[in-house]
Design a protein. Structure first.
Length: 349
């Protein structure tokens, strides 16, 4: 087995402490060798044997670090990732990787020139329900897909004073949940032909978008992506329709709540507990409805794949171009909403 991949974690707020550090430590292929944070007491309490440093410069000065994970506010991602790549380190950047497609493209080019990995942290490709949807579509159970809907709805009517709610810092649902929804769709169907969207701030005192409705046109079928902070009775997480039937799945993947509750990968029940979906398809001339079990979530898969890519040269499943395409869709969604028009998708290269 390859030696443990040594990772430096830049930032120890919600994302660093919840989605990155515990998954890295329990994936079996990597370890958190150092953490750069302005909250050293918290990091030291959680990881007493890990080096705690003040900033990115101190992190980059550590020769043992193979890769740096950027888990800081959205508006800092580009500069920190650029400095990491230019220092000769691989980099993982939490979503959104940048605030523009042009900046994402710049990072991709720097990584290519330096021979380093620029890995967008689209961890929800390892949600159990998305893994299930991917398997289902590969089996062609639904026939030719005619409509795909993916919702990520919550009920958070109060606007909190934090950077995630600040539009000037890349806050709001378009930059928060939008990258997950868009990346999953692009992973399944590739780049769309057109983008149309409605992006709104509905809550009192909200400046950043809390309602996002995106339509991706693929010629003979359409993808609908939706996120809202004002949905107390959510509809299906996935609803997919085709020429032979439909699949509907309610409820979110369990891993985020489990991590917030202190459960860790490898613990009994981690990644499990996802509700089953319902599949109703033609069998002969009859419509048959049956429960369709949901796979366990596997967030460790991201960091196992990262270690394979860096140590063994295996292609990383989330490409730098994927991050550029996601940011391109986000920019088109903003423009579409402002102008009230459907826009063509043109890839930034």
């Amino acid at each position: 087995m390859s030696a443990s991949l040594k990772i430096g974690l830049m930032g120890y707020g919600f994302a660093g402490a919840t989605f990155h550090a515990p998954v890295i430590e329990h994936c079996g292929r990597a370890s958190v060798a150092a953490i750069a944070t302005g909250q050293p007491e918290r990091a030291r309490a959680d990881y007493p044997r890990t080096k705690i440093v003040a900033d990115l410069d101190a992190l980059l000065a550590l020769d043992e670090i193979d890769c740096v994970v950027i888990a800081t506010p959205n508006d800092t991602h580009f500069d920190l990732a650029r400095r990491t790549l230019e220092a000769g380190k691989h980099v993982v950047v939490d979503k959104p990787v940048t605030l523009s497609a042009a900046d994402a493209h710049t990072l991709a080019n720097i990584a290519l020139a330096r021979g380093k990995l620029f890995a967008p942290f689209h961890n929800r490709r390892w949600d159990g329900d998305f893994l299930t949807v991917r398997d289902l579509l590969a089996r062609v159970e639904l026939g030719r897909v005619t409509q795909y809907e993916s919702h990520f709805d919550r009920f958070r009517p109060g606007v909190r004073q934090r950077w995630r709610e600040d539009i000037t810092r890349g806050g709001g649902l378009l930059f928060d949940l939008g990258p997950h929804l868009i990346d999953q769709a692009l992973a399944l169907f590739g780049a769309p032909q057109t983008v149309s969207a409605t992006v709104r701030a509905h809550r009192d005192a909200a400046s950043a978008p809390d309602y996002v409705h995106i339509q991706l046109g693929y010629g003979e079928f359409e993808v609908v992506l939706h996120a809202s902070a004002l949905t107390s009775l959510p509809g299906p997480r996935f609803a997919i329709h085709g020429t032979r039937g439909s699949y509907v799945k309610y409820g979110l993947d369990t891993q985020e709540d489990q991590l917030k509750a202190g459960l860790r990968p490898g613990d009994e029940g981690f990644g499990a507990g996802n509700t089953s979906g319902v599949l109703r398809v033609l069998e002969g001339d009859q419509e048959v409805e049956r429960e369709w079990p949901t796979r366990n979530g596997e967030y460790v898969g991201f960091y196992i794949a990262l270690a394979d890519a860096i140590q063994n040269g295996v292609a990383f499943p989330v490409r730098a171009q994927d991050a550029v395409d996601v940011m391109t869709v986000i920019e088109l969604a903003e423009r579409s909403s402002e102008q009230g028009v459907r826009l063509p998708f043109e890839r930034v290269r």
